[in-house]
Design a protein around this ligand. Sequence first.
Ligand SMILES: Cc1cc2nc3c(=O)[nH]c(=O)nc-3n(C[C@H](O)[C@H](O)[C@H](O)COP(=O)(O)O)c2cc1C
Length: 376
Amino acid sequence: MTEVDITADGPSKGEFRDVMGRFASGVTVITTRIDGEDLGAAASAVSSLSDEPPSLLICLNVTSTTAQAIVKTGAFAVNVLAEDSAPIAQRFASKAPDKFASIAFERGRTGAPLISGSIAHFECVVDETVRGGTHYVFLARVVNVASTPGNPLAYFRGSFGRMETAPDAAALHAVRDYVVGTVSDVAVPLDAESIAAELEIEVGRSYQALVALVGEGLVRRTGATFEVEPVPDQVIFDYYAAKLAIEIGAAAQTVGSLDTEQLAELRRLLEVTLAHSVDGQFGDPAGWIRANAAFHEYLVSLAGSTILMETYKGLRLPAMEQRSISQSTRATGQLHEDHRTIVEGYEAGDVELVLRTLTAHARRPQETRAAAASAS
Ligand SMILES: Cc1cc2nc3c(=O)[nH]c(=O)nc-3n(C[C@H](O)[C@H](O)[C@H](O)COP(=O)(O)O)c2cc1C
């Protein structure tokens, strides 16, 4: 056995706390009910103990009113707080007389309050109580558990924060495609559970993917749910400027040199885009976005450069349009006319006509917005 001189100076209380604070944890509220009164304390000293039987341990200061009650009741609940619950943690870290005022909860099997909005609950019955330094360590049998999707509140070096896991790549891909290609109204909330059901993936994964898409600027948080992030007009115009530069380069290289099959494919893609406007409006915005993207990507693909194509796709124009076009956005008939003229230009080998029309076409969003602004 290694000999350690435990009489030598160890870390001071402050030093110990400071270094211990580098161990990031979640935050819970330990609750119990005694003599008709609900008690609770914020706690991060919670650990799984064993699977068989399912048990955990918590450490509470002997001065904690909640701890003293648990010594008598022999039962408690662990409420794992969600990332937006820092105010709840602060409240239960205080000595306020009625911490449960305005806190929504249900009563668990042991009578202990189960705080609503928590991402997990463990209901426990104490097996053994050990005294360690200033704290009671309650070793307890878990008699009931429940969980809902959501990210935990984190605690690190004395501050609250967020803890996010890296999203599963396949789930992220599927949810991104769903948001970009299927959601047709920017105001409709994106709910992790219904997306998970639709895509047949785990709810936790769809939630993590939505969180990642917030980082990509594709969706934004609205309280507990998400919605598609609208894009500022200036950003939209910037996207179209980049798109135009690529399309002009591709057209300058290819107009006049397409074979009949390529021209037929171009005309077919044109017809698909025409089907997506109803009475001058985008009756089916997602359908229009897909058809329009297929038409324009084909123009770029004709240049025969994989790198150019990847760069063009990297602009993620469908994602941007998804966020900027809604059912009520007017689809000017001019967009369709432009597409027709572009195809006619390719068919006639008229490079000037194609370049002029592509340029005018890329400016239509600006015109549509200017017209909408002057009409309102
Ligand atoms: C993030 C956080 C974690 C905490 N963890 C613990 C803990 O694990 N054990 C403990 O005894 N106190 C912990 N506390 C402090 C208690 O919540 C605090 O002492 C509270 O006032 C006790 O309330 P009570 O006396 O009503 O039970 C923590 C506080 C915060 C903010």
